[in-house]
Design a protein around this ligand. Structure first.
Ligand code: URP
Ligand code: ZN
Ligand code: ZN
Length: 488
């Protein structure tokens, strides 16, 4: 019997830290050797002229999710993970979403039932907490965190999801006590509500007004508030899907003050603008997401934030609602006002090729930084490192072999999700994975899906080091003991 199941031979390996020439040896789904020259494998993949990268981790995507308005996402665990692997992503972290009144434990069981036997690649779950009752925070959540659901998303907007500041503090206190990571959707609900009301009253309901209602100031105010609440509770937070310079400035300033505040951005803020919401007819609805894409100047800022470390991670925020159909963008009828249009854009499959082509290819970020924001940082932030997110002995053999010169024109017809459009139609990219391995098994080879639904496994997550509190009571209040400086 061969000592190795597989050797990836002659490629250039890149991690978040290093780029080096090495053969990669795989046995029983794990990376077991990195060396100049490996022999004795059952299968050899010739990777000469190719890049051998960790499979991507898409740590923010909505799969088989029921939205707060009752719409089902177009992608389930089969089509979502299929689409992911074709673009070099080998781990996804979607959400188990609590609606008010629901038991969190029941929600998790329900989302497992949606995923069981369907996924091509491995997956974990974040929780969405919309109803932080004392039962949820006192019992269900601590138990779920111990079971490997160590991150959760909370919302400062959307009627059905929004938490008030006091509830946010309660959630943060629970996260702090248990060591979990809190993700925040930071937009000011009342600003958006007020602007929406005024715009609609003035007859301005077209999709382009979504970008007016979801003002950058609403995002930056809520980001500032989330940071203030994080500081009071001494609990790190990660601000998701950051779209604009103003919110970035809040994150950068907080980090300058030594706070553990993390930032995520998405391709829609690097490649789309508010101008896309103004496409003819109702086409702009395809680009409605929250926060909305901004302008070219903001795109430049976001690219800079990727290079200089304001952002730790790039996710797709894949929230797939088809343009047509009962659960799609026009679920409430063609030409509906923007506030009735389902929020979200697809991007699971193209996240990495877009970022590689325009980021690495154009010299905006290094190859190592690409690996970091595409895979390694998410593994660290969500308790999956070093099993996922790197190429190292002992790690799962989740690997994407990239042809850095392969040119592809993106079109909805060539993608493998269950959508009826892509916001990136017609865009030319250079660089695409030619082979994707999930725990050592080929799932994508030379343009063909060769994996099997059901081979993906659930990943319980560990407690992330990044979620550790600072243990400093900056406001003269100790969130653990309740003691205050004023006691002295
Ligand atoms: O518009 C978006 N981002 N929709 C998905 C839900 C969310 O807020 O992440
Ligand atoms: Zn969100
Ligand atoms: Zn999202």
């Amino acid at each position: 019997m061969a000592a190795l199941d597989l050797v990836i031979k002659g490629g250039t390996v890149a991690t978040a830290a290093d780029t080096f020439a090495a053969d990669v040896g795989v046995k029983d789904g794990r990376i077991v050797a990195l060396a100049d020259e490996l022999t004795g494998a059952e299968e050899v993949v010739d990777a000469k002229g190719k890049l051998v990268l960790p499979g991507g981790i898409d740590s923010h995507c909505h799969i088989a999710q029921t939205s707060s308005s009752g719409l089902e996402t177009a992608d389930d665990f089969e089509s979502g993970t299929r689409s992911a692997l074709c673009g070099g992503t080998t781990t996804i972290i979607p959400f188990a979403a609590q609606h008010r009144g629901q038991s969190l434990r029941q929600v998790v069981a329900d989302y497992h039932a949606r995923a069981d036997g369907r996924a091509y690649v491995d997956y974990a779950f974040h929780l969405i907490i919309s109803d932080p009752t004392s039962q949820v925070l006192g019992q269900e959540l601590p138990a779920l965190i111990k079971d490997g659901y160590t991150s959760f998303k909370i919302y400062l907007t959307y009627d059905a999801l929004k938490l008030d500041d006091r509830q946010v503090l309660e959630v943060l206190a629970c996260a702090r006590a248990e060591g979990a990571m809190v993700m925040v959707h930071a937009e000011n609900h009342d600003i958006i509500g007020w602007l929406t009301e005024k715009l609609l009253a003035a007859g301005r309901g077209a999709p382009k007004y979504h970008a007016v209602a979801h003002a950058a100031a609403a995002e930056s105010e809520a980001t500032h508030r989330a940071i203030a609440l994080s500081e009071i509770a001494d609990t790190p937070v990660l601000i998701v899907h950051v779209s604009a310079r103003e919110a970035m400035a809040q994150i950068a300033a907080a980090r300058d003050r030594g706070l553990r505040i993390y930032g995520e951005t998405c391709p829609q803020y690097l490649f789309l603008t508010a101008g896309d919401l103004d496409r003819p007819g109702f086409e702009g609805a395809k680009y409605v997401c929250s926060p909305p894409p901004r302008d070219a100047a903001n795109q430049d800022h976001i690219w800079r934030g990727l290079a200089n470390g304001v952002f730790q991670v790039v996710s797709s925020d894949h929230a797939p609602y088809r343009y047509a159909g009962p659960d799609g963008k026009q679920a409430h009828g063609a030409g509906m006002p923007f506030d009735k249009v389902a929020n979200g854009v697809p991007g699971l499959e193209v996240r990495l090729p877009l970022l590689f082509s325009e980021g690495v290819g154009r010299g905006r970020i290094t190859l190592n930084r690409f690996v970091e924001v595409a895979a390694t940082a998410a593994a660290r932030l969500y308790g999956l490192y070093p099993r996922k997110g790197t190429i190292a002995v002992g790690a799962d053999a989740d690997i994407a072999v990239w042809d850095p010169d392969k040119t592809v024109t993106i079109g909805h017809e060539m993608l493998h999700d269950n959508m009826d459009y892509t916001p990136y139609e017609g865009r030319r990219v250079t660089g695409w994975p030619v082979l994707t391995l999930s725990r050592g098994r080929a799932v994508w080879r030379d343009g063909e899906v060769v994996g099997t639904p059901g081979q993906g496994r659930f990943l319980p997550c560990g407690l992330p080091e990044a979620a550790r509190p600072l243990d400093r009571s900056v406001h003269g209040f100790d969130p653990v003991s309740g003691a205050a400086a004023a006691d002295d």
